[in-house]
Design a binder for this molecule. Structure first.
Ligand code: 6PG
Length: 253
């Protein structure tokens, strides 16, 4: 089921998504004792984390019982300020008592895999598989919530239009080469891994995203053209938008 939520502006979207995220994590912990979430980069994703950090309700989450993953990463040295990991740590993770063993960043370009992004991606796929039931297909966790941004041309995670990565059907994680948006080398979950999530939240703002959002929300758009069209949660897919990004979505008949 796909649902669209329109907010007056990006700040309200981020604050509402933060409240929703706290509730989603506490609900999962009440049901199972732990929760899992997948983080995204970009302004909207980081703004949501900052709102979680600023919320008095954040302490309702047992942060030591949250598994934290990333949907994609820029393949840059550890601590680089353009890494999604660095930004998420600054926005939230350095300010709540997460268990470092449950924080699963994608490898940097100066880590044990050196500049071999494909080996780094294969390693992340192993981490996902280790946290998945042995007979599950694909070998990716049923994340409680997986957050994604959307680019003006419809990319999501680091899956860009008209690239082989968006059509990947076997691997759960890929090393992305020659990415059209810098930096050119990245690591990304693939659509099969994204679609293993229980809930997928697509979050974006601004008039520049309106066309891509409308195409992604419409039925039948090929992910090769608009990768965001291929991201779907097993249970729910939420589009958390500001009015500008939602402006071109066709109204229901
Ligand atoms: C990147 C960006 C990108 C971003 C989207 C949405 O990896 O180059 O982070 O993927 O997430 O373009 O960005 P905004 O939330 O800033 O609109």
């Amino acid at each position: 089921m796909s649902q669209v939520f329109r907010h007056d502006d990006g700040d309200l979207l981020a604050s509402a998504a933060a409240a929703r995220l706290i509730t989603r994590l506490t609900d999962a912990q009440a049901a199972r004792g732990s929760a899992s979430m997948v983080l995204t980069g970009g302004r909207t994703g980081n703004a949501v984390l900052e709102h979680v950090r600023g919320s008095p309700a954040r302490d309702a989450v047992d942060w030591s019982e949250v598994d934290i993953y990333w949907g994609d990463e820029r393949f840059l040295p550890v601590g680089h300020d353009e890494r999604n990991e660095t930004q998420a740590r600054e926005a939230l993770l350095d300010h709540v008592p997460v268990d470092p063993r449950r924080v699963h960043p994608m490898a940097p370009s100066d880590g044990v895999f050196g500049t071999d992004v494909d080996a780094a991606a294969a390693h992340y796929a192993e981490i996902l598989a280790q946290h998945t039931a042995p007979d599950a297909h694909p070998p990716a966790p049923r994340f409680d919530v997986l957050m994604l941004g959307v680019g003006e041309e419809g990319h999501t995670a680091s899956l860009f239009p008209d690239t082989p990565y968006v059509c990947e059907s076997m691997r759960t994680v890929v090393g992305v080469h020659d990415c059209p948006k810098p930096p050119p080398t990245r690591i990304s979950l693939t659509l099969p891994a994204i679609n293993a999530a229980s809930e997928v939240w697509m979050m974006t703002t601004g008039a520049g995203k309106a066309q891509a959002v409308a195409a992604a929300v419409a039925n039948g758009t090929p992910p090769e053209d608009i990768p965001a069209a291929g991201a779907r949660g097993r249970e729910r897919t939420l589009w958390l938008l500001d009015e500008e990004a939602a402006a071109d979505i066709a109204s229901p008949e």
